[in-house]
Design a protein around this ligand. Sequence first.
Ligand code: GLY
Length: 270
Amino acid sequence: MNMIDKKKIVVLTHGGVGSDPAHADGTAIAGQIGMMGLQTGEPVLDAACNAVTILEDDNRFNAGVGSHRRDDGSVQMDASCMDSSGTFGSVAALEGFRNPVQVARIVSQSEYRVLAGAGAAKFASNQECKTVELDEINNTGTDFSTTDTVGCVVRDGDKFAAALSTGGINQAHSGRVGDVPLIGCGLYAGPEGAVATTGEGEAITMKMTAFRAYQLIEQGMDPKAIVPTVIDWFKEPTTAFGIIVVSKTGFAGGANQCMAWTASEIEVPI
Ligand code: GLY
């Protein structure tokens, strides 16, 4: 009998805590893009970023063209990506670009780890990243102001990655930066798995949430146990929070409010 070596490919995507579960068609399409990328040999970092790009292009979610506005009417976006080889890049308070996660991906390949504000915009412009006009953002007339950061985690055999993107908190002070561009706060990926969170950035940051969730993976906890454990860290006072996790033992997602999210797993020959 021929024994064929196989590996697992897993993609989880979320539309942010507070997003309508009826919008899981959007997270499913993003997941399919990630899955197709992995099946055609794309690196895990690119697959996670390309899935998040689809969520940024879906104006029902708070990222890219769906981003919330600041108290001065501006739109400032944060995004990040990380993979299990230790690659990390992020942007903070980026204005005028359609897909901040792609800018973060390019930052991750540069000599820098985090770029912010006007300098990040200049970097994105030099890289010919796709721009967006202010009046193209959040212009549907529908109120999605309760939604938060979108995200993706992927597994390709023993490789993992995570990516995030957000317009931040609705009506927050301009210049405010949350958890998303900070390593180990909104996201973390390592040789044992990947974590992407969504919710109130200040609380997520102060708990160094994604790195501590990753440590639970390292300790051998299964994602199905990690998700309720980490959600429990946000119960007093109740703070909007959601999380997706993938490891070598499985995957899981959940939130303490409604959240559109989807997961898919396949096994392929190596
Ligand atoms: N979680 C996104 C933010 O607080 O900015």
